[in-house]
Design a protein around this ligand. Structure first.
Ligand SMILES: [Zn+2]
Length: 232
């Protein structure tokens, strides 16, 4: 509710106040959207989409069979990427996610490893968090990507299963297997023989993306790729 209120406030205020850059708070020029030209220049791009040995590939190597994995930006503590993602996740600034999504799509769609992606699926957020925030930030990134790269999106293509109340009493291994089954495809038949691109905001340990990928693995003929807005 709070997130929705604050985003309404931003929409309303935007009618009267000068639009400011989400990166540096300077006034935007008429042709700029959300992030000013200087901040766009300064975005710490990883540019590893074509590289099968890039740092996101290393996270998943030997854990799950992926077609390709990559991230758009380098996440650093207190850096610009953290600042932008904070505005998206906690300040109700959905537009920041749309802009980042558009820009990451413009890059990734050029890479031969991602060029034949058929469908975009966002990593689902916990239902409680989504209710609180008003949206799933990974879905906002997908929606932004779709504007630059009009591929089919499957909203709620993965469902987050809720059954973790006894988790603390279980051993480490059992807990891991519990995480493994935390997701389920909503319509596996629709993903047969498709190249699915799983999208998330940040990849750190890769645990969430990994369990999403594992949930999709058994779909016949599926190929799975992974893209994060940022890699920590
Ligand atoms: Zn700026």
């Amino acid at each position: 509710m709070e997130a929705r209120k604050s985003s309404l406030f931003h929409d309303f205020a935007g009618l009267f106040l000068p639009r400011c850059c989400a990166g540096c708070d300077q006034a935007l020029m008429a042709h700029e959207h959300t992030i000013c030209g200087d901040c766009v220049e300064d975005l710490p791009r990883l540019r590893g989409h074509d590289d099968p040995l890039n740092k996101v590939e290393q996270v998943f190597r030997g854990r799950v069979q992926l077609q390709a994995a990559s991230a758009f930006l380098q996440f650093t503590k207190d850096g610009m990427v953290q600042h932008l993602l904070h505005r998206l996740k906690y300040k109700g600034e959905r537009e920041v996610g749309l802009e980042l999504g558009r820009r990451m799509a413009e890059e990734v769609m050029q890479s031969p490893r991602f060029a034949d992606v058929d469908v975009l699926i966002a990593v689902p957020l916990h239902r409680k968090k989504e209710k609180l925030r008003g949206y799933n930030q990974a879905q906002v990134l997908v929606d932004g990507m779709h504007e630059a790269w009009p591929l089919p999106r499957r909203e709620n293509g993965l469902l987050r299963m809720v059954h973790t109340s006894t988790q603390t009493r279980r051993g480490r291994l059992a807990r891991w297997s519990n995480v493994e089954s935390a997701f389920q495809p909503s319509d596996p038949d629709a993903l047969c023989n498709a190249h699915v691109l799983l999208v998330d905001d940040v990849v750190t340990t890769g645990a969430t993306l990994l369990s999403c990928a594992r949930a999709l693995e058994s779909v016949p003929g599926i190929r799975i790729s992974v893209l994060a807005c940022a890699c920590a």
